[in-house]
Design a binder for this molecule. Structure first.
Ligand SMILES: [Zn+2]
Length: 257
């Protein structure tokens, strides 16, 4: 990673990660669902807040924005959506969010499915994807169709293999268990489960994940794999060939898992 900045997790609620892009003096915050832990982190690390980014309107991702912005009047980047308050810079597909302090620019990708206005931020080998792509999983479909979510995940999967995936929740172990049910012969999944189990036993985040591994192991990115399609077909009791249909069955199956 570029030596001029690092990305650190700030824990919030049960299993949310608020991501902090920082150097020795300055921070930008992604998805501050709660202001309290962010205020605490900034004070402890003696960091000056320079920007806030949000991926989607859910309270556990934006609930802290107003309180943070009232103390730190910084640019707030978020999708065009009336349900997010205190936004100074509404963003849409193809926009660039410049973070000059860290010498990085993040590209905005519209990735509907979890919600209809969900965006991701990608650049400098980092992907902040909120509740769309999770480590070995994906978000629930609250406002979008399976076809939309499948298209959004396919778009993220097309990013470079070395991309680091910073998603919004620590759901990895549960996702790996589901992944192994769908794809029990997948050696990459078994190796990942061993590693993630060790990390969680030490109370360490399993994130970021690496996109290459997601493509090898995440069933929701492997809907074209014949084995995954066959397993989804058995579950649905009908022969599925279209990857978006396979995705829809996996997503519904995971809801019941
Ligand atoms: Zn959400």
């Amino acid at each position: 990673m570029d030596a001029s900045f690092q990305v650190e997790p700030i824990h919030a609620f049960n299993d949310n990660y608020i991501w902090c892009i920082r150097d020795h003096a300055t921070a930008a915050i992604v998805d501050p669902g709660d202001a309290g832990p962010v205020f605490k982190y900034l004070a402890k690390e003696k960091l000056h807040l320079s920007a806030i980014l949000a991926t989607h309107h859910h309270a556990d991702h934006v609930g802290g924005i107003a309180a943070l912005a009232s103390v730190h009047p910084v640019p707030v980047f978020a999708p065009f959506d009336d349900r997010i308050s205190a936004v100074t810079h509404p963003v849409g597909d193809g926009d660039l969010v410049e973070l000059p302090v860290f010498n990085i620019a993040l590209q905005v990708l519209e990735i509907p499915g979890h919600t209809r206005t969900h965006v991701a931020y990608y650049g400098a080998n980092l992907l902040f994807c909120g509740d769309t792509l999770f480590a070995c999983g994906c978000g629930r479909l609250f406002e979008g169709t399976p076809m939309q979510m499948h298209a959004s995940l396919t778009r993220l999967a097309a990013l470079p293999d070395e991309t680091l995936v910073y998603c919004g929740h620590e759901y990895t172990l549960a996702n790996l268990r589901f992944g192994l049910t769908v794809d029990p012969g997948n050696a990459a999944l078994r190796a990942w489960e061993r590693e993630a189990t060790e990390q969680r036993s030490l109370n360490r985040p399993t994130l970021p994940s690496v996109l290459a591994r997601e493509k090898q192991a995440n069933p929701f990115l492997r809907c074209e794999d014949p084995g995954v399609a066959a397993r989804a077909s058995r579950e649905a009791r009908t022969a599925l060939s279209n990857p978006a249909e396979v995705f829809a069955v996996l997503r519904e199956w995971k809801n019941r898992f």
